[in-house]
Structures are given as structure tokens and as C-alpha cells.
Design a protein around this ligand. Structure first.
Ligand code: CP
Length: 318
């Protein structure tokens, strides 16, 4: 069976690096699919960046797109997730981009859905395209991951970004640390847990996360004076290393995990992450459509806009 795109865990490092390299190349080249294809974007949870980044990626590839809103769908009449997703396959979608609040929503779909499913966020478990775009942003900045000190700081326990990123960046050779309020610590994650004051001193990459209020189930998760005790304040940022960068998957709660004035500061790559996300999603969509045999190499128009080299990673074996 050909794989859906749910987690980076099952992918080889070569496959992951090929997607990152391809995303860098797509920045300078257009790559459109000749065959008429339709992507359905099924977001059962709110999204600004991921949904619109996928829509932009699909449009840049020349795909048609179908939007979906659970509030105005027949889920309101009791239709299940499976029947909803199967409907989009039945009406002819060639790829399904799905975000859902459950950690394991793929389980009931993977054997029975016969078009590629791409995970746009699964509960607090996985957000693989966010993880890839974060890695692509780090790779563009430093050229490598080996030896980099990456601190992921914030609501670790409830964050799918923290779980996906810690695993991948560690696999790629970075030294991963976690930071945040003690009640946001995830005891299952075996990485050093440090204070924000230590984090700013050592980090090459400081990845901040918002507090995931929507996933909290008890009041002990509400922290007083969060910004002063656990956030990136203006004073702490001054102690960051030369050449270090600040990442945040967003949405941002300005003045909570990060001082508002630092969101677009010299060290911040937060909006670059969003730009990189479009190219990462183009790479993932193209690779999955090729792997599933929905398109073939000769159906891709590769038009070099700047640079001069063809896309080397498009057709290479993973
Ligand atoms: N980073 C991210 O997933 O943002 P959205 O929730 O807006 O998609």
C-alpha cells in the first residue's frame, strides 16, 4: 500500500531531506501539473496559515481546490468523519488535506480511502508539514542541523508542533531542549528541560509556542505572570546569541509567549516560516501525487524562473 502523509516518523531521513531541498528549489521555479486535479481541504479545526498555505500551494501547482466547513456540512446531521471523507473521494477529489482534533484520526481512514491523505494537524500528536517548514527554515538559515541547539519553549504538553519537531530535529542531528511552565512539561518527552533564562543563553534556534487553551482540561494549566516567568521578554532577547533566530508556528499571542516588538525583530523568522510553508506543501503534494501514480513525471511542467538548474529532487529516488 502507498502511504498517506500523516507522520514524519515513518519516513527516511533521505525522503525528508529531499522534501526540504525541493521546497528550497520551488522558491525559485514554477512547477505546475498539466493534468486537471482537485484537492479537497477538510479542516475540522480552525486554521489560518495551514489551510491557506495549502490552498496557495495547490493553486501554484495548477490544481483546483474544494473548500469545506464542518459548520455548514452534513456533520451537523450526524454524519461521521469517515463518511464525510469518503464522500470527497467519491465525488472525485484527487488529494485530501485534513486537520482534525483527534490525535489518531487517520486510523479509521487509512485502509479505506484510496487517494492520498495529507495531515494538516492531528490533535496534540502531529503536524508534519509545520514540522517540515520549521526544518526548512532552519536549513535555509544554517545549512545543516548537526550540533545546533534548538529550544522548544511553551505549552509542550498540549502542542502537536512540539512533539513533531522535537523528534525530527533530534533525528536530523540538532540538540533539542524543552522549556516552559512546569505544568506544561510532557513527562514522556526525554529531552533536557531548562528555564527560559538558560534557553536564551544557549539557543541557536528558539522556537516559541503559544498556550494551547483549547486543549486544556483543568485550571492548573492557567499560569499567572506567564510572560515575565516563561516568555521571551525584550530583556531576555538581548541575551540571545549572535546569529540565533526566533521561530514560532503561530498563531501568536503577543505579550504572552513573546513580546510584541520581537515578532518582527531582526532575529525573528516567523513570517519567513509562513512563506516557506507554501513551498514545503507544494513539495509534499507533488511527491504524494507521484508516489500514488496519480500523476507521472511527464505531466509536470517545470519552468525555471530564476537560477538555472532544473529541480533535482523532484524525480530522485527516496
Ligand atoms: N501554524 C498553524 O498551524 O497555524 P494555523 O492553526 O493558523 O493553521
Amino acid at each position: 500500500m502507498v502511504d498517506h502523509f500523516y507522520s514524519l516518523e515513518s519516513m527516511s531521513t533521505t525522503e525528508i531531506m529531499n522534501l526540504i531541498t525541493m521546497s528550497h528549489e520551488l522558491r525559485y521555479k514554477t512547477c505546475t501539473i498539466q493534468t486537471p486535479l482537485v484537492a479537497a481541504n477538510l479542516f475540522f479545526e480552525p486554521s489560518t496559515r495551514t489551510k491557506n498555505s495549502f490552498l496557495m500551494a495547490e493553486k501554484k501547482l495548477g490544481m483546483e481546490t474544494i473548500d469545506f466547513s464542518p459548520e455548514t456540512s452534513s456533520m451537523k446531521k450526524g454524519e461521521t468523519l469517515y463518511d464525510t471523507v469518503k464522500t470527497f473521494e467519491a465525488i472525485g477529489a484527487n488529494a485530501l488535506v485534513i486537520r482534525h482534533e483527534a490525535d489518531d484520526w487517520l486510523e479509521e481512514l487509512e485502509e479505506k480511502i484510496n487517494v492520498p491523505i495529507i495531515n494538516a494537524g492531528a490533535g496534540k500528536a502531529e503536524h508534519p508539514t509545520q514540522c517540515l517548514l520549521d526544518a526548512a527554515t532552519i536549513h535555509r538559515e544554517f545549512g545543516d542541523f548537526k550540533g545546533l541547539k534548538v529550544v522548544i519553549a511553551g505549552d509542550i504538553k498540549h502542542s502537536r508542533v512540539a512533539h513533531s519537531n522535537a523528534a525530527l530535529l533530534s533525528r536530523l542531528g540538532a540538540k533539542v531542549y524543552l522549556s516552559g511552565a512546569p505544568s506544561y512539561k510532557d513527562e514522556d518527552m526525554q529531552f533536557p528541560f531548562i528555564s527560559m533564562d538558560e534557553a536564551v543563553e544557549i539557543a541557536d534556534v528558539l522556537m516559541l509556542l503559544r498556550i494551547q487553551h483549547e486543549r486544556h482540561t483543568d485550571a492548573t494549566n492557567e499560569i499567572e505572570d506567564y510572560h515575565d516567568n516563561y516568555g521571551l521578554t525584550v530583556e531576555r532577547e538581548k541575551r540571545m546569541k549572535t546569529g540565533s533566530i526566533i521561530l514560532h508556528p503561530a498563531p501568536i499571542n503577543r505579550g504572552v509567549e513573546i513580546a510584541s516588538s520581537l515578532v518582527e525583530s531582526e532575529k525573528s523568522r516567523i513570517f519567513d516560516q509562513m512563506t516557506n510553508g507554501v513551498y514545503v506543501r507544494m513539495a509534499v503534494l507533488t511527491k504524494k501525487l507521484l508516489q500514488w501514480g496519480i500523476i507521472h513525471e511527464n505531466q509536470i511542467n517545470e519552468c525555471i524562473t530564476t537560477g538555472g538548474q532544473p529541480i533535482t529532487t523532484l524525480y530522485c529516488a527516496d
